[in-house]
Design a protein around this ligand. Structure first.
Ligand SMILES: C[S@@+](CC[C@H](N)C(=O)[O-])C[C@H]1O[C@@H](n2cnc3c(N)ncnc32)[C@H](O)[C@@H]1O
Length: 286
């Protein structure tokens, strides 16, 4: 495993920084690009997946699911882009199947805390503004679209699309499904307790973003039927997350009740380029 550090020249000034606890929705801010920039944020983020409910969800459900999805896309000479790679959680999984993985993120604080295999290179770059020279067979983007603002969601999809070969695939997730009970509580219920409502996003709304950016949705996989029921029940939820998943699947509980979903979408060919892609070229020329 290589440990990554950002050199002083790579560390840019991204404006005001906030330090906030990582939680179900991660940090949502007026500018998602700066939301994970505070010094130390990377180690705080990693702690989320080291113990408790989120560690169990990751180890027992999300990681095996991502392995299942990525395995058939991999192979010798196959390349994967992990957009918004953060501390390399998904890039490390992709590295099992792809010859080369490139992770890109705007946050030095996150990349500094990454620990990834040798076939993964991590770069501090914003591909919504600056292209990198390679194109990829597959792109992944996890825990990003939920909290990115509308414009950033669209720019990110177009940036990813520009770096995918024709017919290449995007594998990405939404980690607070608007249609799920947890989504309802996050959107509405929190207000009852005087807490700030948090972002939720439904499949239909997300598919509209994908379509606008020139992707065709091929498959959706729901997961995480048991949400974290608050900090007091963290231990119980940690123990029950896998059995609850098995039970819900055995009972054929509809996927919309699950808290998370992964979308597998194919990049359409150049003939169906969305007009917004031309907007990028125009922006780059001014
Ligand atoms: C919640 S983290 C997800 C990290 C990782 N994908 C995972 O699932 O563990 C969201 C990441 O999006 C990054 N991000 C925000 N805007 C970005 C942009 N324009 N380009 C690349 N990364 C961005 C943040 O810096 C942060 O590391």
């Amino acid at each position: 495993m290589a440990r990554h550090g950002a050199s002083a020249s790579e560390v840019c000034n991204f404006g005001p920084q906030r330090h906030a606890a990582v939680h179900d929705g991660d940090e949502s801010s007026d500018s998602y690009r700066v939301s994970h920039q505070a010094p130390g944020y990377g180690s705080l983020y990693n702690e989320t997946f080291e113990g408790g409910y989120y560690a169990a969800l990751w180890q027992k459900i999300e990681r095996p699911l991502i392995e299942d999805i990525l395995r058939p896309f991999g192979g010798p000479n196959r390349k994967c882009l992990d957009f918004a790679c953060g501390t390399g959680r998904i890039a490390g999984v992709a590295a099992e199947f792809f010859q080369q993985v490139v992770g890109v993120d705007v946050s030095p604080a996150m990349i500094q805390c990454a620990s990834v295999p040798k076939n993964v290179s991590l770069r501090i770059v914003d591909i919504t503004n600056d292209d990198i020279p390679e194109t990829f067979d597959v792109a992944t983007a996890f825990r990003f679209f939920l909290n990115a603002e509308d414009a950033l969601r669209r720019d990110a999809l177009l940036g990813i699309r520009r770096h995918l070969r024709d017919g290449g695939h995007l594998v990405c997730n939404i980690h607070m499904n608007a249609a799920s009970p947890a989504g309802f509580i996050y959107r509405r219920g929190k207000a009852l307790f005087g807490e700030r409502a948090q972002n939720t996003l439904g499949l239909e709304a997300f598919c509209a973003y994908l379509r606008d950016a020139g992707f065709v949705v091929e498959e959706v996989r729901y997961y995480g039927y048991l949400p974290r029921l608050g900090p007091l029940l963290n231990g119980m939820c940690q123990r029950l997350v896998a059995p609850a998943e098995r039970l819900c699947r055995a009972l054929a509980v509809p996927g919309r009740f699950a808290q998370n979903f992964v979308v597998i979408a194919r990049r359409q060919g150049r003939e169906s380029s969305p007009s917004a892609a031309d907007g990028f070229a125009a922006r780059k020329n001014v």
